[in-house]
Design a protein around this ligand. Sequence first.
Ligand SMILES: C[S@@+](CC[C@H](N)C(=O)[O-])C[C@H]1O[C@@H](n2cnc3c(N)ncnc32)[C@H](O)[C@@H]1O
Length: 219
Amino acid sequence: MKTSSKIIVSNQAGIHENLASIVRKHLESEYRKPVADHTKRAFAAVCARLEDVPARPIILDACCGVGDSSRALAAQFPDHWVVGIDKSESRIMRERPTLFRDNLILMRADLVDFYRLAVEAGWTLARHYVLYPNPYPKSVHIKRRWHGSPVFPYMLKLGGVFEMRSNWRLYLEEFAAALEIAGHSSSLESFEADEPLTAFERKYSESAQPLYRLSADLD
Ligand SMILES: C[S@@+](CC[C@H](N)C(=O)[O-])C[C@H]1O[C@@H](n2cnc3c(N)ncnc32)[C@H](O)[C@@H]1O
């Protein structure tokens, strides 16, 4: 897969000045944007598969790209379901043969809608990964980052052990600040990816970029 290994350049020197007000507003309001039919269908297909076998804890691999991390997690946690979601057809559909195999489900869907459907359906996650989310480094695009999105409170409602990784430390610092506002503590550290879990992680490691991960227990 072609991935960019560019170092992030941003016009933001620190945590966005509007972060707190944006997060508080989203925590206090309901997100009413209608859910797209294609994500309703995708969510129903995932649920049908989950109901097909005895219940297992669910691991959500959000923004899974081509699903490398989802496959690795499915191997690491054979007694869990791993649900890998990405909105990009070109990425996830390349992996069509692995849809619905063993304990792995890869599905194309928009997480902005999928998260809300999962909350509505009463999902609780064992683990939740967001590995290398699109950074949207321009200050003006803060609301496109997950912690600036109206869906942020719904991500938290799903619970579980949460892990987010990025090559842009500020993204994770902002996410940690948003978690704090929502009443969750987290830890942030740099790490070396000896065995890269995703295509982006491999690229960044090969270009010797520092990598960071944030962890939080959302239960
Ligand atoms: C930088 S890539 C990282 C992919 C993979 N996690 C990796 O590390 O190789 C970010 C991914 O997030 C996906 N994405 C962004 N917004 C999304 C959304 N609303 N719903 C689902 N996927 C989304 C993109 O399609 C893209 O594949």
